[in-house]
Design a protein around this ligand. Sequence first.
Ligand SMILES: Nc1nc2c(ncn2[C@@H]2O[C@H](COP(=O)(O)OP(=O)(O)OP(=O)(O)O)[C@@H](O)[C@H]2O)c(=O)[nH]1
Ligand SMILES: [Mg+2]
Length: 243
Amino acid sequence: MWRWTPAFDGVTRDGWAITHSMMPSDSPVPDDDAEAAQAARIEKGRLLFARPWTFVMGVAKPDGLPPPEGIEVAFAGRSNVGKSSLLNALVGQKALARTSNTPGRTREVNFFAAGPGLSLVDMPGYGYARAEKKLADSWSRLVFAYLRGRPNLRRAYVLIDARRGLMANDREVLDLLDKTAVSYQLVLTKADKLRAGEAETVAATTAAAIRKRPAAHPVVLTTSAETGAGIDLLRAEIADFAP
Ligand SMILES: Nc1nc2c(ncn2[C@@H]2O[C@H](COP(=O)(O)OP(=O)(O)OP(=O)(O)O)[C@@H](O)[C@H]2O)c(=O)[nH]1
Ligand SMILES: [Mg+2]
């Protein structure tokens, strides 16, 4: 039974094939079953993230990346969008990944795990205008090298500040992911900063803007690391990839 709408008709780089014929609209599921299946997914997500997640390693240069083992799920996005905070909210720890008010906090590609098989990857941000140019370039190179060439990257979550929506440098990253057939999903962050209902409007506008992008998941998630909104759903999505 398929409970989420797949990103596109096609095959991702790792051979993950999915077609729209698998979409729920083509295989109607009674409501009770659908609710039970969703509750089971959320519970699986909760259990996955109740494990003791720890920091494994940080990598500053593309040639320092570890061999691609197990499945990786990465968090990318503009500087200060809330990547590290979202990771902390997922694992239920305040300071596993370092966060800061000042953009440019995360300077390495950081790997986290709770046993073999699945790693969460927190990345430096892009688009930090005030960073020294050489530094900003080296972060961008690292992020792009990782996103472009990681055979075990199962899903990239591209985080978008709910107050700002998609910006030009986000589109560059989406272009790269589409071109290299990396399955990705957009996640709005800091939804608590908007009035009730506003984040849903931004999510709908953003979903419409990426509708034709081949590797994009059609659903845009809405989250707040501050209130925990949307975190259980994101945990469930990630648990779908867990070996
Ligand atoms: N209100 C609110 N603030 C948030 C949320 N998520 C993150 N923040 C704040 O946003 C700032 C940046 O958060 P980080 O998690 O460090 O952002 P990042 O994307 O990892 O930043 P870089 O590593 O510098 O690229 C911090 O001051 C966080 O407390 C959220 O959901 N709501
Ligand atoms: Mg960070």
